[in-house]
Design a protein around this ligand. Structure first.
Ligand SMILES: Cc1cc2nc3c(=O)[nH]c(=O)nc-3n(C[C@H](O)[C@H](O)[C@H](O)COP(=O)(O)O)c2cc1C
Length: 228
């Protein structure tokens, strides 16, 4: 997790209902599954529903310190590409990130909507990798996400342009300081990554690391153990 410039999206308000969305936001980090059961990659049984592990591993949507993810895409000519984005939100549909609609990543996603995510959690000796398919987000999700971002990230949504990037530093600082972001720009957008494969890697000092991998088959999650 990063506390830097990009990292401070603001929490989603309780009671902010978005009817088209699959789930309410998670409220708290939980080390236990839905029924109070300890969920662990190294345990003898693991949950049938990978969301029990996701909820235990990832911070609540209310946490202003957002995890970073490497988002891997494939360009129209088949070349791989990757960059860091913030995990804005997790719900029962999947993982959300936000970006500029003119960005290279979205051009690539338009050609190849399948993507991969890597979420490193080294402080817990964990890593989550995801394969999935991207989907547009609905306007209410976008409005919520923009409203709950930090002032810095709202400015960035407006000012992170080739024109500003080409200016001398003093002018870039001036423009930044004089800008008051209100509504989101039309170019600001988000994507949902709906997972088709989820791989939970966990390390330990006293034995080998291992992974639990969940693959979506015929509408259900099938889990198996892999070496780390
Ligand atoms: C810690 C960190 C977090 C970032 N978060 C985002 C993000 O949430 N959305 C985004 O569009 N770019 C984010 N960026 C910038 C991207 O890594 C990337 O430079 C930018 O989106 C352009 O990527 P593209 O040309 O592949 O589209 C972040 C960069 C860093 C270092």
């Amino acid at each position: 997790m990063v506390r830097g410039l990009h990292a401070r999206a603001q929490p989603r308000a309780r009671g902010d209902h978005r009817p088209q969305r699959a789930a309410q936001p998670r409220q708290a980090r939980r080390a236990h599954g839905r029924h109070g059961r300890q969920v662990s990659v190294h345990g003898d049984d693991w949950p049938a529903d990978p969301w029990e592990l996701l909820r235990a591993w990832l911070p609540s949507n209310d946490d202003p310190v957002r995890p970073t993810m490497t988002l891997a895409t494939v360009a129209a000519d088949g070349s791989p590409d990757a960059r860091t984005v913030l995990l804005s939100e997790l719900d029962d549909a999947g993982f959300y990130f936000h970006t500029d609609s003119r960005s290279r990543k979205l051009e690539q996603i338009a050609a190849h909507p399948r993507v991969a995510l890597v979420i490193p959690l080294p402080e817990h000796k964990r890593q989550l990798t995801v394969q999935g398919t991207t989907e547009d987000v609905d306007p209410s999700e976008l409005a919520w996400a923009y409203a709950h971002r930090s002032d810095y990230l709202r400015r960035l949504a407006w000012l992170n342009t080739p024109e500003l990037a080409a200016l001398p530093l003093a002018e870039r600082i001036d423009r930044w300081a004089g800008f008051e972001p209100d509504e989101p720009p039309d170019t600001w957008t988000g994507r949902l990554v709906r997972p088709t494969r989820l791989t939970f890697w966990a390390g330990r000092d006293d034995t080998a690391s291992r992974r639990i991998e969940y693959v979506r088959r015929d509408g259900t999650w099938v889990a198996h153990v892999l070496p780390g």
